[in-house]
Design a protein around this ligand. Structure first.
Ligand code: NAP
Length: 341
């Protein structure tokens, strides 16, 4: 009996050496990013019956910071958090979707497929990859910014406005994030300086109208912030040109809302080429310069660099379709090419 068990184990060990058993799961598509583009791509991929890994670090992505979304078709007004939660629920409702909140450290090409390595060392394989990795906040790069990050310097006015009840703050930037941010902070702060380097806002007129003429909001235009100073926390900012006779402005908080930098590192390390504005270069199917690898949402240069929920969802739909077409053209899934080319 003992001999028989020993024999069986020995044979199993020999079999494993000769024919290694890989426990790494192979997916038709791996979607990296849990924002609007990633969720939409997963919905489309799942409906094409592609086995789908949907993975990312932050559920909802940066879209959850939008306090008031007024341009998502079908909802006159909705919060970013609610919109992302609805999309998440929809995406994970499919059996074909494996959903993980985790950080991917590396994506490598292995022959005709891709190997994804998670932060904990686990791996997964995929026949196609969709980067929906979004973007990160752009920093001003002035003295004091890093030192006071989290001590009065914030990169999300809509998230942190609450901490500045009755205080004086500066919001820097001239796009939707800055102007929406100023409108939200002005609901609680005593005074908001909206500081923009030009004399015209890039933001939608809708948002500019929301802050213009508000008694506690003052525009500081054609001005750059050159330094952030303080003690334990932020106390003041320095300007490159005098405002009301002084280059120093006393503030309790600084919201840096000057746009975003696409999160391209994983894709660039895989060999995907960037466009002249630092987004992933894509063709009309939103395929990057690496065959079988697609990009959607803020990380892609596919929608005229117009970062919106609507464009991210549109790109998510396209990449779901493109991944399906790529696989079916190679005979790797059932069915013929559908839509899009
Ligand atoms: P953005 O549209 O790129 O605007 C960035 C702003 O920051 C610009 O006004 C820019 O000035 C300024 N800026 C850039 N670098 C600067 C620097 N080093 N120093 C000083 N100012 C600097 O970025 P965003 O406002 O974050 O918006 C990103 C995308 O999200 C946009 O597509 C926007 O429509 C969308 N979004 C939508 C909503 C909404 O609808 N609820 C809310 C937030 C964001 P210049 O104008 O001189 O270039």
């Amino acid at each position: 009996m003992v001999y028989a068990v020993w024999r069986e184990n020995e044979m199993l060990a020999a079999y494993c050496i000769l024919f290694p058993v890989y426990s790494v799961r192979m997916y038709d598509v791996a979607i990296i990013g849990l924002g609007c583009a990633g969720y939409t791509a997963a919905i489309y991929a799942a409906r094409y019956k592609l086995t789908t890994l949907l993975v990312g670090e932050l559920e909802g992505g940066t879209g959850i910071a939008a306090v008031e979304v007024g341009n998502w078709p079908g909802d006159i007004e909705i919060t970013g958090t609610e919109l992302m939660e609805r999309m998440r629920k929809h995406a994970v409702s499919f059996d074909a979707v494996t959903h993980k909140v985790a950080r991917i450290e590396k994506v490598e090409k292995e022959g005709e497929t891709f190997l994804l390595t998670f932060q904990n060392g686990e791996t997964a394989q995929a026949r196609t990859v969709i980067f929906a990795t979004g973007s990160k906040h752009r920093h001003l790069g002035v003295p004091g910014e890093e030192e006071y990050a989290g001590k009065g310097v914030s990169y999300c006015a809509t998230c942190d406005a609450f901490f500045y009840r009755g205080k004086t703050v500066a919001v820097i930037g001239g796009g939707d994030s800055a102007v929406e941010g100023a409108a939200i902070v002005a609901q609680v702060a005593k005074k908001v300086y909206l500081i923009h380097r030009r004399d015209a806002f890039r933001a939608e007129p809708y948002w500019v109208d929301r802050v213009k003429g508000r008694p506690n909001v003052e525009f500081v235009l054609s001005t750059n912030v050159t330094k952030i100073t303080g003690e334990q926390t932020v106390k003041a900012i320095e300007l490159n040109t005098p405002f009301n006779g002084s280059k120093e402005l006393s503030v309790d908080g600084v919201f840096v809302e000057i746009g975003a930098i696409p999160e391209t590192k994983l894709a660039a390390d895989l060999g995907c080429v960037l466009d002249d504005r630092g987004h992933l270069k894509v063709d009309s199917a939103l395929q990057t310069t690496v065959p079988g690898v697609f990009a959607a949402g803020d990380v892609s240069g596919g929608s005229n660099h117009f970062a919106q929920f609507a464009t991210a969802a549109g790109e998510g739909a396209i990449v779901g379709n493109s991944a399906f077409n790529y696989l079916s053209n190679r005979g790797e899934v059932a069915g013929g090419s559908m839509g899009g080319g």
